[in-house]
Design a protein around this ligand. Structure first.
Ligand code: PRX
Length: 656
């Protein structure tokens, strides 16, 4: 963000008070902050008491930095909390999900009673394939009800799930299967994307050539595509799960029993398996879902438009809403230019009252124009949420004014895969919001903005976002790598969690998130490491060296820009070839997944380096964003940047 933009943002004078009717009935109360401030642990204990436990905990927290344990001695089952207890309470007929297919050609209504039957069958089915408590199960599935069912069945069996976003490549998948040491994969034959069937199982088959540990593959038939079949290893869902018994006795597990792992990009080429456990995670996702979205389960229709392959889907499509007995919309598709008002139709049709999405999507819908909304009655909406990247004030205002009809609170929620649940957000009914600010840490959460020395910056200052006290849904570690856990999050400042985000406090002390300050890019709310993309590029036979930066992009927040030096022998023929650039972009998509495809690839004879040989990324970012260059005197060869700039200006790039 440039300084003037930052300045404007920090002197935001617009305030939006909570609507009186919402405030009168809000789940969140202003005194929650004081209540939690007086006794944080007692506060979290009260939230945990809303779950159904088989045995109560004897101690709230054990904190041996940086390792925490919550609700020690308590036992519970995640699936029972999400499903069984609602059926037992007589709410079996309540709709858990209105599932809408891509393009809305098919709809399914799934009640809590349906979900209990399906999950019990799936638990029996998975058990018949040998899955037992503690076993990791990798899930590589699109946005279909069976994905939720599989996740819950794993939770029921105490088998930690490892969901891999279905857009990731076979290489990314095999890496995550091997690192998690899974023996079972659940997948589909294919998926529908933008109106067309696309294959899924071939990527699994390819991945499994490198995963000696996999014994069983369970396949849901979704598109009816022809698939290769390995007898003994591959099993159809309809052969294993459908005929299984719909009664399954759930066991209670320790509060600290691993619930799931989720791989996310860090600053090295190897993704980190973020580990979440049961009691603390479920406590915080349920609490935050209830207060941040002001959920009234008996009357709200809630739609979180994320993908289940990311943490937002885990916490706010699956666990949070189900634990709270919510009725959710689950949509298989994504916004599509050929179908610009699909979202507005769905909201009007299903009377969606709470919508949770990412700024990139809001900007896309904004680009398509308010006229797309006009024919649709969106008056059912009462709370709007944003997540995944900083939201620019224009998008925030458009969201509130056009989607929310100028009435609805907008909650900009900051959190991460690692935090498990929302950490910083306004509370509808309590907080007067500012366009673009995440505002304050939630009750029971301690966030601070600190300078280089770790000292709080005070109002009007900027620095690093840290979390100063442990929280229930915090990651318990990185799967199999305690050292990396300590090094990544806890070494920058002693005993304080370092989030990797830059932040500012405005003159009122409210928090504004400014984006990552490490080598992690945020493209359309997807987290991608520069090192991972560089690693993929240098794996191409014609690439000698690569440097990748995230450049500011008006639509996607950041965009991937790659600077590539070709290998000597091919350098002359290929260096400016459109075909070469395209082959590099395709190569990255194949290695990591289409979300990591660089927007631009710039082929250059040299990369700018310091005298000690470090690539000058700041300079590359400046070039990619076309800014005036800063100090280049430490450059080995200052003419290098001129060469790069000339090529950039000459359009030696590829844009989609
Ligand atoms: O940089 C922050 C950004 O997304 C990162 C976390 O990414 P991930 O683990 O994939 O989780 C995304 C969904 C929770 C953060 O370090 N981020 C997330 N929410 C916001 C945000 N940046 C600014 N404002 C937000 N509301």
């Amino acid at each position: 963000m440039t300084e003037p933009a930052l300045d404007a943002l920090l002197h935001e004078s617009r305030r939006f008070e909570p609507p009186a009717d919402l405030a009168a009935e809000a789940n969140a109360k202003a005194d929650m902050y004081d209540e939690a401030g007086r006794d944080r642990l007692a506060f979290w204990e009260r939230q945990a008491a809303d779950l159904t436990w088989s045995a109560k905990w004897s101690k709230v927290l054990e904190w041996e930095p940086p390792f925490s344990k919550w609700f020690i001695g308590g036992t519970l089952n995640g699936c029972v909390n999400a499903v069984d207890r609602h059926v037992e309470a007589g709410l079996g007929d309540r709709v858990a999900y209105y599932w809408i297919s891509d393009g809305d050609t098919e709809r399914r209504t799934i009640t809590y009673a349906d979900l209990l039957r399906e999950v019990s069958k799936a638990a029996n089915g998975l058990a018949s394939l040998g899955v037992k408590a503690g076993d990791r199960v990798t899930i590589y599935m699109p946005m279909i009800p069976e994905t939720v069912v599989t996740i819950l069945a794993c939770a029921r069996l105490g088998a930690p799930h490892n969901v891999v976003f279905c857009g990731f490549s076979s290489d990314s998948l095999s890496g995550r299967i091997n690192d998690s040491d899974s023996h079972v994969v659940v997948t589909t034959d294919g998926q529908f994307r933008r109106g067309a069937p696309t294959p899924v199982k071939p990527a699994v088959d390819e991945a499994l050539q490198k995963t000696p540990g996999i014994e069983k593959v369970l396949v849901v038939r979704r598109t009816g595509a022809e698939v290769d079949w390995t007898e003994g290893r591959d099993h159809w869902w309809h052969d294993v799960v459908e005929p299984a018994s719909d009664s399954h006795e759930a066991e209670a597990f320790d509060s600290e029993h691993p619930l799931f792992m989720m791989y996310t990009s860090g600053t090295t080429a190897k993704p980190k398996g973020i580990l979440h456990t049961t009691g603390g995670y479920l406590t915080q996702v349920a609490f935050t879902h209830r207060v941040v979205f002001d959920l009234k389960p008996e009357r709200d229709i809630y739609w979180c438009a994320a993908d289940i392959g990311w943490i937002t889907g885990h916490s706010y499509i699956v666990y949070g809403p189900l634990i709270n007995g919510a009725t959710s919309v689950m949509y298989e598709g994504t916004p599509h230019p050929a179908d610009k008002d699909r979202w507005w139709k769905l909201i009007a049709d299903l009377k969606v009252s709470i919508l949770y999405t990412a700024p990139t999507t809001i900007r896309t819908l904004m680009k398509w124009g308010a006229e797309e909304l006009a024919p649709h009655d969106l008056s059912s909406l009462r709370v709007l949420g944003s997540v995944g990247e900083p939201i620019n004030p224009e998008a925030w205002m458009w969201y509130r004014e056009n989607v929310g009809g100028g009435r609805t609170p907008v909650v900009d929620t900051w959190w991460q895969t690692e935090t498990g649940a929302i950490m910083i957000s306004p509370l509808p009914g309590v907080t007067a919001t500012k366009p673009g600010a995440a505002m304050t840490a939630l009750p029971g959460i301690s966030a601070e903005v600190v300078d280089n020395e770790g000292k709080p910056v005070g109002n009007g200052g900027g620095g690093f976002l840290v979390l100063t006290e442990p929280w229930p849904s915090m990651l318990r570690g990185i799967w199999g790598d305690d050292e990396r856990y300590k090094e990544t999050y806890w070494s920058r400042f002693p005993d304080v969690y370092f989030a990797g985000d830059g932040a500012k406090k405005d003159e009122d002390g409210d928090i504004w998130l400014l984006g990552r300050i490490d080598d992690v890019m945020n493209v359309s709310g997807h987290r991608i490491s520069t090192t991972e993309v560089e690693h993929a590029l240098v794996g191409h036979p014609s690439v000698a060296e690569a440097a990748v930066v995230g450049a500011t992009d008006a639509m996607t927040g950041q965009a991937i820009v790659a600077f590539v030096t070709p290998r000597g022998s091919v350098a002359e023929d290929v260096s400016s070839g459109e075909e070469f650039v395209q082959s590099l972009r395709d190569h990255v998509a194949k290695e990591i997944g289409p979300i990591a495809k660089p927007r631009q690839v710039l082929v250059t004879p040299e990369l700018p380096k310091t005298r000690s040989g470090k690539i000058m990324r700041r300079l590359l970012r400046d070039i990619a964003e076309n800014r005036e260059l800063g100090d280049v005197t430490t450059l080995l060869d200052p003419t290098v940047t001129d060469a790069i700039r000339e090529r950039m200006a000459g359009g030696d790039t590829k844009e989609e």
